[in-house]
Ligand binder design. Structure first.
Ligand SMILES: Nc1nc2c(ncn2[C@@H]2O[C@H](COP(=O)(O)OP(=O)(O)OP(=O)(O)O)[C@@H](O)[C@H]2O)c(=O)[nH]1
Ligand SMILES: [Mg+2]
Length: 351
């Protein structure tokens, strides 16, 4: 990836330069404040350095929206929810589904691997295709359909407040900074940050420094009465709440009512084991969650386990974070990325 370094007096100026040279889809790799050397520091405002790159080339996609809409409506009608308690065990010919052990190997819980086989039998064919590749393709199609269904559940476009919730240290503030950078430097959208003290104090001093570099106003307060103005997005950073502290979660649910239609993102650390991740989602679902953001994917090779979250909860995945560097890698999650990471050859998918 060829990178370009931009030096600017402000975030707004950096936006102009990046857009002019690399277009609106550029990827920001790093942002830092440049110290003015020598005597200059007395009269020169600190400048910012942004390292950015052109987006990776994608094959052109020209979706037929009407077809997609119709397909989605059909999927909604056909596909029953994956219910943990009601998923029946596969029938006698289950061993003919060679794909079954692979599903567990990539990190699916046995319950959901069985659920996939059962759905394949119900929706495609009770007689499994003889080829392993064909079975795999069917499983991928099914996973993609469940993903589409989850992603269509929440209408988020008109909501301008983003609140990041989750356990302590899972990567909420880091993720907020990554998303904020994208919004300010690539989308050229005004934003404001609220450092909110919950039961414990919000000690994310680095967040204020980072906002300063980006020229984003940051406020610190203890309740949710701040409202974004018409044109700006509001990003709310909260201290972590342990998933087993139900009193703190109830209190948080109450406080979040102070925000007008917020998008509430539950941030989860992918390095935790699957049952822990699912139980975190269950605990935090006392809040009106919008979706899930997964961090630490640089430390977890078994991305297949993320499908347990898609199959076992009602939420979609919004972003995948793959590193601690800000802005660093923040990938907008979609089914294709996860499937390609799992089966690059077998499915003939390319990233
Ligand atoms: N390897 C890796 N480290 C990460 C990632 N995201 C965050 N971190 C690191 O994890 C640590 C905690 O990150 P924070 O963003 O402060 O986590 P937080 O959830 O805001 O923490 P609290 O506010 O204390 O609850 C920091 O050292 C980050 O650099 C990631 O995707 N990968
Ligand atoms: Mg934090």
């Amino acid at each position: 990836m060829q990178t370009v370094t931009f030096i600017a007096d402000s975030a707004a100026q950096a936006v102009e330069q990046i857009r002019a040279q690399l277009g609106p889809d550029a990827v920001v790799l790093n942002v830092r404040q440049l110290p003015a050397g020598g005597l200059k520091q007395f009269w020169q405002k600190p400048r910012i350095e942004v390292i950015a790159a052109a987006p990776p080339e994608q094959p052109p996609v020209t979706p037929n929206l009407e077809e997609l809409r119709q397909e989605l409506a059909e999927i909604r009608q056909q596909l029953p929810q994956f219910r943990v308690a009601n998923t029946p065990a596969p029938r006698a010919s289950a061993e003919a589904w060679m794909i079954r052990p692979l599903l567990e190997n990539i990190g699916l819980l046995p319950l959901y691997a069985d659920g996939i086989i059962e759905q394949m039998r119900t929706h495609y064919s009770d007689v499994p295709p003889a080829s392993f590749g064909e079975q795999l393709r069917m499983a991928c199609d099914l996973l993609e359909q469940v993903w589409t269904m989850r992603a269509s559940t929440h209408s988020v476009s008109l909501k301008r407040t983003h609140v990041f919730v989750g356990g302590p240290g899972v990567g909420k503030t880091t993720c907020l900074c990554k998303w904020l950078t994208r919004v300010v430097l690539l989308d050229n959208q005004p934003a404001r940050v609220l450092r909110w003290d919950g039961r414990s104090a919000n000690t994310a001093e680095a967040l204020s420094v980072y906002c300063d570099i980006l020229g984003v106003p940051v406020e610190r307060c203890a309740d949710g009465i701040v409202r974004p103005n018409e044109s700006e997005l509001l990003f709310v950073d909260l201290p972590g709440v342990p998933a087993n502290d139900s009193a703190a979660l109830r209190e948080l649910a109450q406080q979040l009512k102070g925000f007008e239609s917020p998008q509430i993102h539950l941030v989860l650390n992918a390095a935790y084991d699957t049952s822990h991740l699912i139980s975190q989602v269950r605990s935090f679902s006392v809040l009106p969650l919008t979706d899930l953001i997964i961090t630490h994917l640089d430390e977890e090779t078994r991305w297949g386990k993320l499908w347990n979250l898609v199959l076992g909860t009602n939420y979609s995945l919004r972003f995948l974070a793959t590193g601690q560097n800000i802005p660093g890698d923040l990938i907008e999650a979609n089914a294709s990325i996860l499937l390609t990471q799992l089966f690059p050859q077998q499915t003939g998918r390319s990233s």
